[in-house]
Design a protein around this ligand. Structure first.
Ligand SMILES: [Zn+2]
Length: 295
């Protein structure tokens, strides 16, 4: 199988086995057994708590928020890109989304990337068949390679999100699909965003403009976490009012709910998903979902 790679040093594209560029000889180092394309970027990020991924790994299966997002992603992948044979998940974290995709699409060739090799250590447990890379979204070592690229709740952490979108465009095959989720509505900014180290919350217009400018055609976009938005606002306001008391990580508090509430919220979100999957576009919601294709 030919895999189109791009040397990050001389920019030549090649399809030989392995990652050594036959033109300039450059190759990525290995960190924790993963090819590492941007170890220097991770070294500069000292703010990520070492136990963050252990917590996330536990939280994901227990939270309606992650399970619901997976359902929306899987349904969209099946509806909009049924013929995809390769998929790259940028910022795959502990592999929760990729594992869901792998289970539903056994034939799909999967690549996952993250800046943090600590996350990839967890992803590897769930994804024995996937290729996992330490990589910066602003410098992707593939050219016209993937049928689908996805990035879920990642762009809001990236300073040059426009550069990441340009790189994603280059790594997609012409006509290839992009699925993105981001936190929505700048007016919803709260302590949870500070805790999660977000750089921004998006407006629909902002994200769509950036995508169009980088050569994408938008095929659908909707808010999600719409029915639960009033509760989200109340939760963020109460955190704001109590902010002097230094509550525990507010995002984790929101996601770690008693089991009965968690199940109820998942049911509410499934109603919402079924409407989004029928092409309804909600104007308001905690998150924004966008599907586009490379022009
Ligand atoms: Zn090279």
């Amino acid at each position: 199988m030919l895999i189109m790679k791009q040397c990050l040093k001389c920019k030549r594209t090649f399809n030989e086995n392995g990652w050594t560029c036959s033109s300039c000889g450059w190759s990525p180092v290995e960190v924790s057994d993963f090819p590492a394309f941007a170890p220097e970027v991770t070294a500069e990020l000292d703010h990520y708590p070492k136990d963050a991924y252990a917590k996330l790994y536990e939280l994901e299966t227990d939270s309606f928020w992650f399970r619901n997002r997976n359902k929306l992603i899987l349904k969209t992948l099946a509806n909009d890109f049924p013929d995809a044979s390769s998929l790259l998940d940028i910022g795959c974290g502990t592999g929760f989304v990729l594992a869901g995709i792998a289970a539903a699409n056994p034939g799909l060739r999967l690549v996952g990337s993250d800046l943090h090799h600590e996350a990839l250590d967890y992803a590897q447990i769930k994804l024995p068949g996937a290729v996992l890379l330490q990589m910066d979204a602003g410098n992707i070592p593939y050219a016209e390679e993937f049928d689908v690229i996805c990035s879920f709740d990642v762009l809001e952490h990236i300073n040059r999100d426009d550069e990441a979108l340009k790189q994603i465009h280059q790594a997609l095959k012409p006509g290839g699909g992009l699925m993105i989720t981001v936190p929505q509505h700048p007016w919803l900014w709260s302590r949870a965003d500070d805790d999660a180290r977000h750089l921004r919350r998006y407006t629909r217009q902002d994200l769509c403009n950036k995508l169009i400018e980088k050569g994408f055609r938008i095929i659908r976009t909707s808010s999600f976490i719409s029915f639960l938005l009033p509760l989200l606002i109340i939760s963020r306001l109460s955190t704001f009012l109590k902010s002097g008391k230094k509550p525990i990580n507010s995002k984790q508090r929101e996601l770690h709910l008693p089991h009965s509430i968690d199940v109820l919220f998942e049911t509410i979100c499934s109603w919402e998903n079924s409407l989004i999957n029928r092409n309804l576009s909600f104007p308001l919601g905690g998150s924004l979902f966008c599907v586009a294709v490379r022009r």
